[in-house]
Design a protein around this ligand. Structure first.
Ligand SMILES: [Zn+2]
Length: 376
């Protein structure tokens, strides 16, 4: 028996007026999923409930059977792992956005809006000098990480609002608690503010915004959790970090993008390949979440249709062995609000090439029972 979990990020949604009150999933064409449903089951459940925030970090760890006590604090540590780095227990890592502020010092973007990708790289290079006690790691565009000595005060006591939730607020006020608690970070923030001044134009200047402190957290290996060999097919950094933390192989997919323009066929090819060698494969699609954040319900529905046509179809055609397949969302990302929520997400469970019937999934425990329970 082979096992496949397909996570369509942010699959849950609200009814869309332009779709006659249907959600993007209900509106999308998905004849391969419909075929699975003839023998399988369809349910709607909340993965996180009220246990933790409706974010991919916790929801995907839960889908993969990791207990909440083992979740890392914030996602920076897993982003570090995704980039092939690790830290010791004596260090911590913070996310570090390049943010745009107006002349009054108010945050106008969390993603360096106004700069080209090339200018963002130049701005990161300007900040990336040899700091005493801080390692600056540029990831992509506006995204960077900071590695420094572990400081319990910053990790657990400091109030640092996420920049994307703080639009219109004064950046010095937002960073004041962090600066008050760490002379090192105060110096870093003040010096990079000076260094970034030449990038200012049209009343907008650019600032470094450290937030989301995270520390080393050893997660159980997927094999130790379930006694089966698992592998991951994904591009989104947080999911690559989860796969690395669970010691699941996660290959580089050069044509995947973690958005709706990703190479769905390449993901199908890699998944089919993995299903030959591994008991369990998790394949993650991120574009649905990104489209919903942009209020792009058409883009989200079209992407679901492409996943059905170019992924589900070819995988079902290629795999001749008995296969249990589960297709689900991790959380709701609403095309109406552009935000995540803890509401119900569609869950499709089916078994193919065998006589097994798929159970109705009433909660995340049923997913574990269906996919990772005693193999038959
Ligand atoms: Zn999201």
């Amino acid at each position: 028996m082979r096992l496949l979990m397909v996570i369509i990020d942010g699959l849950g949604d609200d009814p869309i007026d332009a779709f006659g009150g249907r959600t993007p999933f209900e509106y999308a064409r998905h004849h391969n999923i419909d075929k699975l449903l003839k023998k399988g089951s369809y349910s709607e459940i909340s993965i996180c409930g009220s246990d933790f925030p409706a974010e991919s970090l916790g929801c995907i760890l839960r889908l993969l059977g990791v207990e909440q006590k083992d979740f890392p604090l914030n996602r920076a540590y897993l982003e570090l792992l995704a980039n092939g780095r690790d830290i010791s227990e004596y260090e911590m890592v913070l996310r570090c956005n390049l943010a745009s502020v107006d002349e009054a010092g108010r945050l106008v973007s969390f993603n360096a809006m106004g700069l080209t990708a090339k200018e963002m790289a130049e701005a990161a290079a300007v900040c990336n000098k040899l700091w005493q006690g801080i390692e600056f790691l540029h990831l992509s565009e506006y995204r960077n990480l900071l590695i420094l000595d572990n400081d319990r005060q910053i990790l657990h006591d400091c109030r640092i609002a996420p920049p994307h939730e703080s639009m219109g607020l004064n950046i010095d006020m937002l960073l004041s608690d962090l600066k008050a608690r760490s002379l090192l970070l105060k110096t870093f923030i003040d010096e990079t503010t000076e260094k970034l001044k030449p990038f200012a134009r049209n009343g907008i200047s650019y600032r470094i915004y450290p937030w989301g402190p995270s520390e080393r957290k050893l997660l159980p290996a997927f094999h130790d959790l379930h006694g089966i060999k698992g592998a991951a097919v994904c591009k989104a950094e947080i999911v690559r970090g989860i796969a690395r933390a669970l010691k699941m192989p996660v290959p580089d997919l050069p044509t995947a993008t973690a958005d709706i323009d990703t190479d769905v066929c390449a993901k199908a090819g890699q998944t089919i390949k993995f299903l030959k060698d591994y008991d369990f494969v998790v394949t993650h699609f991120n574009g649905s979440d990104e489209a919903a954040h942009r209020y792009d319900y058409t883009g989200k529905a079209d992407f679901i249709t492409r996943i059905d046509e170019d992924f589900i179809g070819p995988v079902l055609k290629s795999v001749k062995e008995p296969l249990k397949i589960l297709i689900c969302g991790d959380h709701v990302t609403s095309c109406v609000t552009g935000k995540h929520s803890a509401g119900n997400v569609p869950v499709i469970a089916a078994a193919v090439n065998c006589d097994n019937n798929a159970p109705i999934i009433g909660g995340y425990h049923d997913i574990h029972k269906f996919l990772m329970g005693a193999s038959d």
